[in-house]
Design a protein around this ligand. Sequence first.
Ligand code: AMP
Length: 285
Amino acid sequence: MRLILLGPPGSGKGTQAQRLVQRYGIIQLSTGEMLRAAVAAQTPVGIRAQGIMASGGLVPDDIVIGLISDRLDQPDAAKGFILDGFPRTVPQAEALDELLKKKRMRLDAVIELRVNESALLQRVEARAAETRARGEEVRSDDTPEVLTTRLASYRAMTEPLIHYYSERRKLLTVDGMMTIEHVTREINRILSAIGAVGAAAPSKAALGKRSAKASKKGRKAAPKRAGKPAGKASRKRPRTTQKAAKAPSRAPKKAARKSVASSRTRVATRSRKAAKKVTKRRAKA
Ligand code: AMP
């Protein structure tokens, strides 16, 4: 399984990535973590990145692309990976496409965690408090001032990726305002609906738990492919299309794939138009 988790700082990418790692036994590739390690070790990359990271800016594309390229060459990446915090710009996404093509790897999905921006400051503050409570050092960029810059970088440089991946029919949007548990459940449901979890099946225990819960709750909606780009008004809670909602969550893999494929076609055309409108609106703003 090869996934990208997309979302602003504090949207829960790291938390969800860790849960996916535990469940599916694949690796998490977080460029933020790699850069923090490089800063701590004062490597040439770390020295270059340090000031930029502390101010909330984005480290140059060539640095992070190099980090990811090297990491993808390592044997543990062959089984699958979750990219957390990469790509963050369109050139990074294009470079990733090239890298994956060369390595004959295919991306399964890009999962966007859509959140209400007003909640992010609170979340980042809570994360800092929890880190402090554990007696660990708080990230120097987890402050309200730096968060503002990081959010501005996200809006300007990373949000265009929503359009990029929705055009390539890779984007799936999850409401990141739900509880951690709900978001995890939704991501797992999406992954089985698109058939991405065939190669790395969840553990029996996890499956048992899930099917018990699923039978209590009954049928659920199918994933929303290529959702609307996160405009201000749409950032809160993504809606699931009526037709897609008909697909049962426990349908056989083949049927689920078929359902996603047809909803993908319907939604993709609509979302391409919506994405273009938003891009134009943003360009004017
Ligand atoms: P994160 O842990 O993902 O929030 O990243 C922390 C910081 O590392 C960011 O604010 C950036 O300065 C830098 N960074 C991480 N990933 C990237 C990336 N893909 N491109 C550029 N800068 C990055």
